[in-house]
Write a protein that binds this ligand. Sequence first.
Ligand code: GLN
Length: 244
Amino acid sequence: MKLRILWMYHDLMDLYGDKGNIQVLKTRAAKRGIDVTVDTCGIGESRDISAYDIFFLGGGADREQGLIFEDLIARRGGIEAAMKSGTAFLLICGGYQMFGKYYKDQDGKTVPCLDFFDYYTEATDRDHRCIGNIAIEVTMDNETFQAVGFENHGGQTKGVSTPLGRVLKGHGNEYRSPYEGFVNDQVTATYMHGPLLPKNPRIADLVLQRGLRHAGENAVLEPLDDTYETKARETMLERMGIKK
Ligand code: GLN
């Protein structure tokens, strides 16, 4: 079994350990005997995006979003082809915002985004920045479970029709929002850094499964020993007062 991962703007879009998500995808795939390759893609580099099974884009501050948006928009056709071909997308924070209509920063400057979905993001004032640990109840691919992470964003994302989860603690899409992230059959998008996947291996496996489907494999992934991952997540849920 082979799995190809594309890590977009690895040198610019990487906050609060986002690169750890790549490490987890690689490790969990390799433990199942899957032959994984990870290619990076920086500004100006040419890649056939639909040839990849998983597309990963991490978070970035306003500055980095300002640096990548033109290059990203120039790839819109390739990204659309990848969506049509069934590539799985994992998008974090600034990366999540870039798939909506636009991002309006704190100075009122609008950064155009890919406009694949109806949501859009506008920065708020300092008093309403969403910072801290976050816990959500995820519903994805007919599974419902708790996930934890860390968020730090000024952007308030509005108009999300299909959120990734319900906020148990923290903010999510907007300051004190009941909902967090965005999900559809292919795209998993979230404000959760931390990084996301080490503490939430179920999300990792669902993304891997989606990627494997694109690779033509309908394999059910064998379970791994997630004792430490579970302990880390449960410790955070306890600290947030969700689990005793
Ligand atoms: N610049 C965006 C915001 O503050 C994204 C930040 C991030 O990726 N953590 O909303």
